[in-house]
Design a protein around this ligand. Structure first.
Ligand code: FUB
Length: 376
């Protein structure tokens, strides 16, 4: 596995003054007892020049990743993973992502003050979940907020849970069981103009999509993917949500991602095939499915005319960031479009990430202008 990006930085940051949206701040300034344990992993601290980066971390008092952003009542809410420093060594299945809870970020404007809210959901309050609270998303319907999250159950299989709250920042109360028929990771919920919601999910390698091909989790299944580079790659899944948003309304379907000739992207096409982090948004009536290519570190997108697809691959949204993973969301706020993403600027360590935001621009034909997260 290529860990070039984590090693390339190879240093963390100490006392680095970061002009975040809330004003100049240092890691030490914002440290809390919890933050102290969050930052414990940062070894080999060295100064990193913030001007190398296109944008700066939204918060520095905790480590955050996998930002799912939503605009509700004019305010921006970000549902990230809350990265912590755990004891497990890094491996190709992401055992080092040992997150235990979620914390919501909010802001009145992009570039304005960012509030880090208290714990919204803790793994100890999810009856079915054992560990690894990975990338979440949220939705709102009829005054209730829904937090969707993947976690490993007691058998070691990733499932997707749901928790509810009357507040967008929680606390959320988890349903006693995972969503029936759910598996794998990285749920994201898109609500179409007609009010119908769909969950996209899935991830290969540590996300276990390849261990769920028969409909039942196979703990002995492949560690990576289908191991068939000449065959169609594994697809993300989509399922319409039931009216109450607590269940799937249907069996999850494959989301086909095709090349311009109408052929499915192949498993060996690592620069373009789906790995994890599916996100859906709609722009000028077209559906945009974006996702991470994982081991090649790109955020890419494909477009279609239905939330179910098929989607035709279009190109890259974000070139590789620092850190092994790349994960994002795209939202419209104040008539402009924004890419929320993460890198490892604050720690230099793949398991301790920080979320960021930058503006996203479309070309007149609806294609997205590729963003480079590094300025130098
Ligand atoms: O944060 C844990 C995992 O790393 C996410 O679920 C993936 O998308 C990747 O960002």
């Amino acid at each position: 596995m290529n860990r070039w990006s984590a090693l390339a930085l190879g240093a963390a940051f100490a006392g680095l003054a970061v002009t975040t949206a809330c004003g100049p701040q240092t890691a030490a300034d914002s440290a809390t007892p919890e933050a102290a344990s969050d930052t414990a992993a940062s070894t080999d601290r060295a100064k990193v020049d913030p001007s190398r980066y296109l944008s700066q971390p939204l918060v520095t008092e905790i480590y955050t990743a996998d930002p799912s952003a939503h605009v509700w009542d004019g305010k921006i809410y970000v549902y990230p993973s809350h990265d912590i420093d755990g004891p497990t060594p890094e491996d190709d299945l992401g055992a080092h992502f040992e997150m235990r809870d979620y914390r919501v970020l909010s802001m009145d404007s992009i570039g304005g003050k960012v509030t880090t809210h208290p714990v919204a959901l803790d793994v100890k309050d999810v009856p079915w979940a054992d560990k690894q609270m990975w990338a979440p998303d949220a939705a709102r319907k009829n005054g209730t907020y829904f937090l969707y999250f993947p976690a490993k159950d007691k058998q070691g299989a990733f499932r997707i849970g749901v928790a509810t709250s009357r507040s967008p920042v929680g606390p959320f109360k988890a349903a006693p069981q995972p969503i029936k028929g759910s598996f794998s990771i990285d749920p994201s919920v898109f609500t179409d103009d007609d009010g119908k919601s769909y969950m996209y999910f899935g991830g290969i390698w540590g996300g276990q999509l390849q261990r769920n091909v028969t409909g039942t989790y196979d703990p002995q299944g492949s560690k990576t993917d289908l191991e068939a580079p000449g065959k169609p790659a594994l697809s993300p899944k989509v399922a319409a949500m039931a009216d109450d948003m607590m269940e799937f309304a249907e069996k999850p379907r494959d989301v086909a991602i095709l090349d311009k000739a109408g052929k499915p992207l192949l498993g060996g096409d690592a620069d373009r095939r789906f790995f994890e982090a599916a996100w859906m948004h709609k722009y000028k009536g077209r559906y945009y499915l974006s996702y991470s290519t994982g081991d090649t570190h790109y955020l890419v997108y494909a477009t279609g005319t239905s939330p179910y697809g098929p989607f035709t691959y279009q190109g890259r949204i974000l070139e590789p960031t620092e850190g092994w993973t790349s994960h994002h969301s795209i939202v419209e706020w104040d008539g402009r479009w924004w890419l929320f993403y993460h890198d490892t600027q604050l720690s230099g360590t793949t398991r301790l990430r920080n979320v960021k935001v930058t503006e996203l621009f479309y070309n007149p034909d609806g294609t997205i202008k590729t963003i480079n997260p590094m300025l130098k």
